[in-house]
Ligand binder design. Structure first.
Ligand SMILES: [Zn+2]
Length: 373
């Protein structure tokens, strides 16, 4: 029912969450830090029902899941600013967000790669071909109503509100039947293929464990068997002791360029006390995160003297049933190598998953320390 609203506290303090429904039945959730105007604006657009769903298929040769989402070809692609669907609805122009202003807003993607309830996978050709519905959910997270801002421009309070929204989405989506892993991420920059310029990220509730996570789980199990210790705790301790690749360190988090970085500038940010996902962060970790993360993003923007650096920011969270060994961390990287060169995933990377990095991780870390304000 469009405009239906209910307000309830989130697991985190001071954030007010208001759940509403868009004209085609998709959910929209406002997150406000403390008191805000009532979020009761109604979506008055005539919207068609959502497009048909996608399919997930298991690659029998690699064991990786692939999502087949052919219906997304029609989605909005780089509209002019005055037609931005993520700006608030103002002056008679109706967007995905009915309110005339907002702080942080999350809504179900109109062109989702994954949507709907789970179902048993179907196996054919003696089990070689395993497929199922593209179940799950794809959400868009708008960081600010300001079309021209970027995450790096946010205040620490707003960045904290985004962290609260990511945490809330992780808690709610993880509890849904069929959801294996919740992935919060941001693509920034046309160079990355971003279709909307408005500052936003996404949340995918995956019906499978992501291939990169699955490989990490295998490595963590091998490390446990060999040493009796946790892989990620050992990794973080080693980087902190070595220090040469550390970019930033606080009381609760450390950011470093990984030993075998794949991208020209790649930083991994770990909380010192290992947790499986965002819902397990404690107050100290949550309070310190915004300042460290904003500083990292601002340093990325200062790397090349070209203004905003394109990047991908990826939260790695433990999937359901694999919370014992995996470690929440954020991986931030750019495809930019120099002011006028991008790193393309060509034959070696795309063909073989074997990366060639043109920047030594130690040099990347030194550079990221140098560009402090
Ligand atoms: Zn906008």
């Amino acid at each position: 029912m469009p405009g239906t609203s209910l307000t309830q506290p989130t697991p985190v303090s001071l954030t007010v969450r208001t759940v509403t429904t868009l004209a085609d039945g998709r959910q929209l959730i406002y997150y406000d830090g403390g008191a805000a105007a009532p979020r009761d604006a109604v979506d008055e657009r005539p919207l068609d029902p959502q497009a048909p769903g996608s399919e997930v298929r298991l690659d029998p040769a690699t064991g990786d899941w692939v999502t087949i989402a052919a219906h997304r070809q029609a989605r909005t692609y780089q509209p002019p600013a005055e037609e931005c669907p993520l700006c608030p609805s103002r002056d008679g122009r109706l967007s995905e967000i009915p309110a005339d202003d907002y702080q942080v807003a999350v809504f179900e993607n109109r062109f989702p790669s994954l949507a709907g309830p789970p179902a048993e996978p179907v196996r054919a050709a003696e089990g070689l071909w395993t497929s199922g519905p593209g179940a799950g959910r794809c959400e868009v997270v708008c960081f600010t109503a300001d079309h021209d801002a970027s995450f790096a421009d946010l205040t620490p309070e707003r960045a904290r509100l985004v962290l609260d929204a990511w945490t809330d989405r992780t808690a709610e989506l993880s509890a849904r039947p069929g959801v294996r892993q919740v992935y919060c991420f941001e693509n920034r920059g046309a160079e990355i293929g971003v279709t909307l310029a408005h500052p936003h990220g996404q949340v995918y509730a995956l019906p499978f464990t992501a291939p990169r996570t699955a490989r990490m789980a295998v490595r963590a199990a091998e490390h446990r068997a060999a040493t009796g210790r946790n892989l990620f705790e050992d990794l973080l301790a080693a980087e902190r002791a070595h220090g040469g690749r550390v970019v930033l360190a606080g009381e609760h988090w450390t950011a470093f360029v990984p030993f075998a970085a794949r991208w020209p500038y790649e930083v991994h940010l770990y909380p010192h006390r290992r947790v499986p996902d965002l819902t397990a962060l404690d107050a100290g970790q949550r309070d310190e995160f915004p300042s460290l993360y904003l500083e990292l993003l601002r340093r990325f923007d200062r790397l090349f003297g070209t203004g905003r650096t394109p990047y991908i920011s990826a939260w790695h969270q433990a999937p359901a049933g694999q919370r014992d060994e995996l470690a929440l961390h954020l991986e931030l990287f750019t495809v930019r190598r120099t002011a006028d060169k991008l790193k393309y995933l060509a034959g070696v990377e795309s063909g073989m998953d074997a990366f060639v990095n043109d920047v030594a991780p130690e040099d990347a870390a030194r550079r990221l320390r140098e560009v402090a304000a």
